[in-house]
Design a protein around this ligand. Structure first.
Ligand SMILES: *[C@@H]1O[C@H](CO)[C@@H](O)[C@H](O)[C@H]1NC(C)=O
Length: 486
């Protein structure tokens, strides 16, 4: 008991940040190196006007290609054409708008885009970030001079920057991006607020691509994690260690592809929901300047975001996988059930259909609560649960249009008021959940009797996301490994 208390009360990373996963936007997935001051400032205004800041998207993250080498003293220089007023101006502007600023480098001689990297420059670069008022730092893995191949080599390289950031005294969320190499799922939580678990995502739900080269997602010895990894691939990869996430330290499934155009509306809903449930950081990756109403009404769903921002911070785990289902032309087809416990004793369940046909998916309470006692021993299997659909109250396309097309602030505010949309700036998720705010809870569609099964027809390439609530209102204390001793 004492031993466990010790484990749960001490954290290796002392920055105390990111108690829930970071939410924001990063330019890379849609714009790559096409970065500028106006892009960041225009985007920040859209985050505000669209209501996205006020459902939780706070970090505006500038990815690669922003720098112009180093000055004579070895200090990083921002590209003066792209950023005519420098970096402090950007962070000041974002902070004045209630937003936070993120920047990027690589734990290598160069960044992936061949700009100055931070390997062996950690101290001065961390100081530049602090001086510039940066709040979030993404640290990539290109041109690492071969200092990888064992957990110790990679750990040391990323830890040097972790310490340099701490030494500045500024609160900077530390997001490491070593593509899941060198068992980062076993040491990332010791030094970082999040760690990438795979090669880069691409805008496909399930299409396998040889560039995402670790074709057996269960192989932890994966080298050359590559890019062009599908949503389904990344979910299968994180399945073995989704439970490593915890407040302050999260598996990073990579930036979102929602709104980029390569997936259907249902696929994007599933992608977004799963990232939220597994407690990945939620960084939008599309170009907000061309955002459609459909896209806005996916990423602004507060009932789904509330899963991600749930104060318990317990990621969903995959509890069932069925590969005996119709396959597509690539030979891909499977269904999953994922589930996780929420702070108020509710349980979230995702029925994910990545098969090539509409299928019924069912799961027993016994399996849903297997972590609370296998073999039907869990108390939760002996009570009735009410089932709430977390997509039932998606914003209508008409309202989303009205927000995006509003002539002025007054017109926009009128729409937000008329739909009574959730505002996390006014009522943070932790408080909204505590108060049982119905906008976070979806809509009741049925129930599961004690000892029963949850069952639904799930369309091809989509997911049903349900919040199960105890019918009696009585909460069985959630069982979370290592947290029951708190
Ligand atoms: C959310 O609430 C804040 C604080 O009251 C307010 O400034 C902001 O305009 C609100 N956002 C929306 C989208 O209504």
């Amino acid at each position: 008991m004492l031993f466990l208390l010790f484990l749960t009360s001490v954290e290796a990373l002392h920055n105390g940040l990111s108690r829930t996963p970071a939410m924001g936007w990063n330019n890379w997935n849609s714009l790559y190196c096409d970065v500028s001051e106006s892009l960041l400032l225009d985007t920040s205004q859209i985050l505000i006007d669209s209501g996205l800041r006020d459902v939780g998207y706070q970090y505006v993250v500038l990815d690669d290609c922003w720098s112009d080498g180093r000055d004579e003293a070895g200090r990083w220089r921002a590209d003066a054409d792209k950023f005519p007023h420098g970096m402090k101006y950007i962070s000041d502007s974002l902070h004045a708008r209630g937003l936070l600023y993120g920047m990027y480098s690589s734990a290598g001689e160069l960044t992936c885009g061949r700009y100055a990297g931070s390997l062996d420059h950690e101290k001065e670069d961390a100081q530049s970030l602090a001086d510039w008022g940066v709040d979030y730092f993404k640290y990539d893995n290109c041109y690492n001079l071969g200092r990888m191949g064992t957990a110790k080599l990679s750990f040391d390289r990323y830890n040097t920057m972790a310490q340099a950031l701490l030494d500045t005294g500024r609160e900077i969320v530390y997001s490491i991006c070593n593509w899941g190499e060198d068992y980062v799922h076993s040491w990332g939580m010791s030094i970082a607020n999040s760690w990438r678990i795979s090669g880069d995502i691409y805008d496909s739900f399930a299409r396998p691509d040889p560039i995402c080269s670790c074709t057996d997602e269960r192989d932890p010895h994966c080298i050359a994690p590559g890019s062009a990894c599908s949503v389904l691939f990344i979910l299968n990869r994180v399945a073995a260690y989704s439970d490593r996430g915890r407040p302050g330290a999260w598996n990073d499934l990579d930036m979102l592809e929602v709104g980029q155009g390569g997936m259907t509306d249902e696929e994007y809903k599933a992608h977004f929901s799963m990232w939220a449930m597994v407690k990945s950081p939620l960084l939008l990756g599309h170009d907000l300047r061309t955002m459609t109403a459909k896209t806005l009404s996916i990423i602004n769903n507060p009932a789904i975001i509330a899963l991600n921002q749930d104060p318990l911070g317990s990621p969903a785990i995959r509890i069932a996988r069925n590969e005996s289902v119709p396959k597509d032309g690539f030979g891909v087809g499977e269904t999953h059930v994922w589930s996780g416990t929420l702070a108020n004793g509710d349980q979230v369940v995702a029925l994910l259909n990545a098969a090539d046909a509409d299928l019924p998916i069912s799961i027993s309470l016994e399996e849903i609560f297997v972590r609370a006692g296998p073999g039907g021993r869990a108390a939760q299997t002996k009570q009735e649960w009410l089932v709430y659909d977390l997509w039932a109250n998606r914003m209508s396309e008409t309202h989303a249009h009205a927000i995006l097309d509003a002539a002025d602030d007054a017109a926009r505010e009128a729409v937000f008021r008329s739909v009574n949309w959730y505002n996390a700036t006014e009522l943070p998720y932790v408080q909204g959940l505590k108060a049982g705010d119905t906008r976070l809870l979806g809509e009741k569609i049925g129930s599961v009797l004690a000892g029963g099964k949850l069952e639904a027809l799930v369309a091809r390439h989509s997911a049903k996301i349900f919040r199960l609530r105890p019918a009696s209102g009585e909460v069985v204390k959630p069982y979370i490994l290592g947290k029951d001793e708190l």
